[in-house]
Write a protein that binds this ligand. Structure first.
Ligand code: SF4
Length: 375
């Protein structure tokens, strides 16, 4: 099984916290779609397995016209062996989802929407420079359901400065009242190259203290699980049968093709990184010039990536797989550290898996790094 990721590098306006690759100059959207279509065709031999998931992410894929979505998907269908029950997700911003647009997306073959709600607090939406208000979010969800979408994910942000715990609880209540099939939530991180990064340097923004962020995170896990959403990864929760297959693919190390500027690909041995610049990407694709860099991963790097990604899942780190791959008793190798984090109630070991507990998810990456093999 393999996955395809299509990066749509345009946004209506720049959210103050975002450091993804996008441009607010929409004038090259048509040219960009043509370039991505060409990349999909040119790389048709990259995957020789059946494609199980297609994900249009960004940026803001819902800025595409329905015809452009159809064109992209038809190119994928014509060039890859896509399974008949593929999960096909499109990330959408609430302001883009009219009833008509939702119906057209469903007709185009999109069967899962991931809608960026972030918060229902109007003043925080404006502060973050989001292009929508809370009513747009309610309206988008309702229209997507009316258009027939049976698999909808909503995104929230926690640890927003000056956002009280009560406010966070009211966001969680509003989102669960809608009964989406899947919920993702992320702590607000302040990246240097963003407006918020500048504000922080100028002392105009103070991040939520770590212990408060942790309380909001742990509160949300309990809140969502009480309402029937199973946590399956650090930030992801789904109702039964609605865990994201695309995410699972990344975590289980399957091959994936990433097209568009800034997209990554993985073929089991190397990672390929497309240039993060719209005009350069379009020019290179048109003229047949290189538009990516490749990094060959060593066996140890690949195993360390598995440790990092598996640990972030509720299933946990498969210890017998490590024993087989590395011919080493992993528990014995890290006996002191494992003992220490067990006592801190960050992990548990059961049925051959090392699993993070809720508190452990807060420091998942730090724990993974301590468990890495060295070259
Ligand atoms: S809409 Fe999404 S990708 Fe675009 S700037 Fe905002 S957070 Fe970033």
């Amino acid at each position: 099984m393999a996955g395809i990721y299509i990066h749509i590098p345009f946004c209506r306006q720049a959210c103050h916290y975002c450091d993804f690759h996008f441009s607010t100059n929409l004038s090259t959207q048509n040219e960009m779609v043509k370039a991505i279509v060409k990349e999909i065709e040119d790389r048709k031999d990259y995957l020789n397995e059946e494609v199980n998931t297609i994900y249009l992410g960004g940026g803001t894929p819902s800025l595409l016209t329905s015809d452009q979505v159809v064109h992209l998907l038809n190119t994928v269908f014509a060039n890859y062996d896509v399974c008949s029950h593929a999960e096909i997700t499109l990330e959408a911003n609430p302001e883009d989802l009219s009833l008509n647009k939702s119906k057209e997306l469903a007709e185009a073959g999109i069967n899962r929407l991931s809608i960026g709600v972030q918060t229902f607090d109007e003043s925080k939406l404006a502060w973050m420079n989001r292009a929508h208000d809370a009513n747009d979010s309610f309206g988008a969800f309702e229209k997507a359901r009316q258009a027939g979408f049976k698999n909808i994910s909503l995104d929230l942000i926690y640890a927003i400065p000056d956002h009280s715990r009560e406010r966070w609880e009211s966001d969680l209540k509003a989102i669960t009242d809608l009964q989406p099939d899947h919920i993702s939530f992320y702590g607000l991180t302040i990246e240097e190259q963003t407006v918020f990064g500048r504000w922080e340097q100028q002392n105009r923004l103070v991040q939520v203290p770590e212990d408060e962020a942790a309380k909001q995170y742990l509160f949300a896990i309990e809140y969502l699980e009480d309402r029937g959403y199973q946590q399956y990864e650090v930030s992801n929760f789904g109702k039964d049968g609605f865990h994201s297959r695309h995410n699972h693919g990344y975590w289980s190390g399957i091959w994936y093709l990433g097209v568009g500027p800034g997209a990554h690909s993985f073929d089991g041995e190397s990672r390929r990184f497309n240039v993060r610049n719209n005009p350069n990407y379009i020019k290179a694709i048109k003229e047949g010039l290189p538009f990516y860099e490749t990094e060959l991963l060593s066996r140890i790097q690949r195993i360390n990536e598995q440790i990092l990604t598996q640990l972030r899942t509720v299933k946990g780190l498969n210890l017998s797989m490590l024993q087989k791959d590395m011919d080493v008793d992993f528990q014995e190798l890290h006996a002191d550290f494992i003992d220490e984090i067990s006592h801190q109630e960050l992990i548990e070991i059961a049925d051959g898996f090392l699993r993070l507990k809720s508190k452990g998810f807060l420091v998942a990456d730090e724990i993974a790094v301590r468990l890495f093999f060295s070259e």
